[in-house]
Structure formats: structure tokens, C-alpha cells
Ligand binder design. Structure first.
Ligand SMILES: NC(=O)c1ccc[n+]([C@@H]2O[C@H](COP(=O)([O-])OP(=O)(O)OC[C@H]3O[C@@H](n4cnc5c(N)ncnc54)[C@H](O)[C@@H]3O)[C@@H](O)[C@H]2O)c1
Length: 443
């Protein structure tokens, strides 16, 4: 039984347009995956919105609906895709080049994929050194490029007949940019666009265009984008959900599962060495030290926040943490991530854990894109605006309200997400206290 007021959520009428920045490995794996699922050819494995359930009420009530049945999410049948990319390849060619999916998941839907052609990108090689794209917009100022993106959004909405839109950044990782004066207010941001200030990266132009066109924006890469005061405030003013950043998929997902386990048992950590080999275009882009720096910052923060060395100096005061990514073409999208973890236990005795995760990067990322698209659309219809911290579950560097530290523990993130779903629908929060089942508890 619902116990609190259900939030007012506008129904998911009509089509939902999913605008993807970047039509590379992740985007094409996502699009092709959704189409295979729609045709009953595969299952949406890895997607919480499609496969997950949420327990409601007491354990004795035995109520655990599927999330997609519990909330008014957009139906997969109603998704329509659009994309930008500096390479002119359609989604079929891009998926084939990315080489993530086998022919059985691409060929039967070839015509559908060929119909998705990327719009010219707002692209500047200064921010992604290893790419040489030709399908790019021209303009004298960054402001002009942003206006062209806004026009693209309006045109897409009209030509596709969608009712609502969300935008997800699935494009390459840009070079590291520190937040600066240009990012502080909308006025400084707009002025910086007009002056072609290098502090304004292409990703920020997409985020700005999305917000100006009333489209929620999620950032799947680690670059500084919507996580600047100017755009965060714009989102609040325009009542739009935003969030990021950097999809939490392979090695970092494992890190945010293992580190909380060590901390829960008060086991010490001396060092954590993480290295990866991958050979896709993402790996090539990250081979550039400036793009790698952006990724490194995103990957390194996790342990510090989970382990809280200031509270447990004997256990976590001297952790040596190293992260490496090595571009190694023969592996393509099939990344191998190794972790060597040096822990210590009772009386300080050392132990080691080795993790060898032979993962598929885009296979792990695609369901995250789907869930984010559906949840950001839900958030907008439910009137949630600004940073969507409840979706931290999906990100390596979760964006938070100013002054809050991010929560990285995957299971706390999951609890937060599910409690937010319960709260949206006026259901009781689950505390896991459970004293009422025992003699000493309340009856
Ligand atoms: N796959 C994962 O597990 C994972 C996890 C976390 C983050 N990411 C991030 O997701 C992003 C996409 O990964 P991918 O494997 O699909 O990479 P990819 O290189 O296959 O695709 C990225 C695409 O973005 C395009 N692009 C670059 N700059 C652009 C711009 N300004 N506008 C439009 N398009 C642009 C590129 O041309 C490319 O086609 C990367 O930033 C990656 O770091 C991926």
C-alpha cells in the first residue's frame, strides 16, 4: 500500500527521442541492442529499468514489481534515435567498424541502422587530439556552433515527430579542463562562447544547447561539461535534470564493490594497482596524455571517497593508488583490466587479491545509456531538476550538489536509487531494520 503522497508524474505519452553525442562503439551497441530487444531477438541484460525489480513494503507482503511496471517509464517501442559525429558513417557502418556486435545482431537490422546518420558535429581537434573528423560544423564563434546545435535539436524534434527528448554524451573523452571564471555564470559562459575561449569545450556547447532547448543532459564521459556552475544553474532555472559523469562500467564498478567490502570488515589497504589494455577508438583517444588525464582524475577519486583515510588513518592513510590505460589494438573493444590489491588484516599481516576482468566495454555501457535515457526522461516528467544524484549508480564521478561529497559505494547508490523510485511513487522507504519480525520489536 502506498503510504505517502505520490509525486505528480506526467504520463509518457508519445515518442521519446534519444539524442546521442557521438555515434561510436557505445552508441551503436546501445541502439542496435534496443532494436534487437524490440524485435524479440535478445534480452536487455544489464539494464536495471528492464530487468530489475523493486521490493515494496515488508518482506511478508511479497510485493516486488519490475521497475518498468512500477513506474511510468517510456516504452522501448517509443524510442527514436538521433546522433552527431565528426565521422559521417551511418550507425550500420559505425557498428561494423566498432566490431563490438556479431553479425547476427547487426545484419538483420541493417536497414534500420543505415537510417541513422549522424548530424555534423561541433568538433574541435584541440579537445580530442587523435581524431580527424570531416562531418563537422563551421562557425565563426562557439556561440554560433551552439546555435546550430539548437537548430539541430528543433529540426530533429519536428522531423522525427517525438514528443520529448533526452541527450546523452557518448562521445570521446576530451582533454582535461579545470573549472575557471568562464564557467561561473551564464553571462560569463555566453561571453566566453562568443570570444572562442578555450575553456569552452565542444561538450559544453551540446550541454548548453540541450538545456536551452529544454532537453535533459547526461554526461557519459569524464570531461568537464555540465558540471560547472553556469550550466548547473541553467538546468535548475529551466527545471531540467542533469547528471554525470563517466559511465561506471568495468574496473571502476569492481572497485566500488570491493573497496566498500574491505572497509566494511575494517581491512587495511596498502596499494591498488589497476591497469588496462584496450584497442578500440576510445583506447586510441585515451592514449593521448591530455585525454587520459581527464579519465585518470575520474578513476582515481573513487578510493579516496570510499575509504575516508582521514577517519581511518591506520587502515587507509598510506594507500598507493595507480591507474593505467594502454592502447593495444588487437583487443578491440574487449578490454582486459587487471587489479593487484595489497590489503592487510589482523595484526597487520599482508594479503593480496588479483582481479582479471576480461570485459566488453560497450556491452557494459549500452544498458547504462538506456537506463539513463529512461530515468532522465522520467525525472523531467516528475519535475526533478538540477543534479540527479540518485543516478550516481551509473557514474564513476557522480555529480552532486555543491558542498556534498559523492557517494561511490555501488550498493549505497543502488539503495538510494531504489528509495528514490519508492519516494516518487509514494511507497515507504526501506530501512532494513526489520525489528518488527522479532519479539523485542514493535508489533
Ligand atoms: N564503454 C565503456 O565502458 C565506457 C565507460 C565509461 C565511459 N566511456 C566513455 O564513453 C565515450 C564513448 O566511448 P566509445 O567506446 O563509444 O568511444 P568511440 O571512440 O567508439 O565513440 C566516440 C565517438 O564520439 C565521436 N566524437 C568525438 N568528439 C565528438 C564531438 N565533439 N561531437 C560528436 N561526436 C564526437 C567520435 O568520432 C566517436 O565516433 C568515451 O568518452 C568513453 O571514455 C565508455
Amino acid at each position: 500500500m502506498p503510504t505517502a503522497a505520490r509525486r505528480d508524474i506526467a504520463p509518457a505519452h508519445g515518442k521519446l527521442g534519444v539524442l546521442l553525442v557521438g555515434l561510436g562503439a557505445v552508441s551503436t551497441t546501445f541502439i542496435a541492442g534496443v532494436e534487437n530487444v524490440r524485435r524479440g531477438r535478445a534480452l536487455p541484460i544489464g539494464s536495471l529499468t528492464q530487468m530489475g525489480t523493486v521490493r515494496l513494503g515488508k518482506r511478508t507482503e511479497k510485493r516486488a514489481p519490475k521497475i518498468k511496471d512500477f513506474l511510468p517509464l517510456a516504452d522501448l517501442a517509443d524510442l527514436v534515435f538521433g546522433a552527431w559525429d565528426p565521422f559521417p558513417d551511418d550507425a550500420y557502418t559505425a557498428a561494423t567498424k566498432a566490431g563490438v556486435l556479431e553479425r547476427e545482431h547487426v545484419e538483420p537490422i541493417a536497414e534500420f541502422l543505415k537510417g541513422i546518420r549522424p548530424m555534423p558535429a561541433a568538433f574541435d581537434q584541440h579537445y580530442v587530439k587523435r581524431l580527424h573528423g570531416t562531418n563537422v560544423k563551421r562557425g565563426n564563434t562557439k556561440r554560433e556552433l551552439a546555435e546550430q546545435l539548437r537548430a539541430d535539436i528543433r529540426d530533429f524534434k519536428k522531423s522525427s515527430g517525438v514528443d520529448r527528448l533526452v541527450m546523452v554524451w557518448c562521445a570521446s573523452t576530451e582533454v582535461f579542463i579545470a573549472p575557471g571564471p568562464a564557467h561561473q555564470t551564464l553571462a560569463t559562459f555566453e561571453q566566453a562562447m562568443e570570444q572562442n575561449d578555450p575553456a569552452i569545450a565542444p561538450s559544453m556547447l551540446y550541454a548548453y544547447a540541450a538545456l536551452m532547448e529544454s532537453v535533459p543532459f547526461a554526461n557519459g564521459a569524464p570531461n568537464l561539461t555540465v558540471d560547472v556552475p553556469a550550466l548547473a544553474r541553467l538546468a535548475e532555472e529551466r527545471k531540467l535534470p542533469i547528471g554525470g559523469k563517466d559511465f561506471k562500467t568495468g574496473q571502476t564498478m569492481m572497485k566500488t564493490v570491493l573497496a566498500p567490502a574491505f572497509k566494511a570488515r575494517m581491512l587495511g589497504l596498502a596499494g591498488w594497482y589497476s591497469t588496462n589494455i584496450l584497442g578500440n577508438r576510445d583506447g586510441e583517444v585515451l592514449d593521448d596524455p591530455e585525454s587520459f588525464k581527464t579519465k585518470e582524475e575520474s578513476k582515481l577519486g573513487v578510493l579516496e571517497y570510499i575509504l575516508q583515510p582521514e577517519m581511518y588513518p591506520e587502515l587507509y592513510g598510506k594507500v598507493f593508488h595507480k591507474v593505467r590505460i594502454n592502447y593495444y589494438p588487437p583487443r578491440g573493444d574487449n578490454k582486459e583490466g587487471w587489479d593487484n590489491i595489497d590489503i592487510f588484516g589482523w595484526l597487520g599481516y599482508p594479503m593480496q587479491i588479483k582481479v582479471d576482468f576480461l570485459c566488453r566495454d560497450s556491452i557494459l555501457a549500452a544498458p547504462i545509456v538506456l537506463d539513463l535515457a529512461l530515468f532522465f526522461d522520467l525525472a523531467q516528467r516528475a519535475g526533478l531538476c538540477g543534479v540527479q544524484e540518485w543516478l550516481s549508480f551509473y557514474f564513476k564521478s557522480p555529480q552532486t550538489a555543491p558542498g556534498l561529497y559523492p557517494e561511490h559505494d555501488l550498493f549505497i547508490q543502488q539503495t538510494k536509487l531504489k528509495n528514490t523510485l519508492r519516494w516518487l511513487m509514494g511507497e515507504q522507504q526501506i530501512t532494513h531494520l526489520g525489528v518488527e519480525y522479532y519479539e523485542y520489536g514493535e508489533k
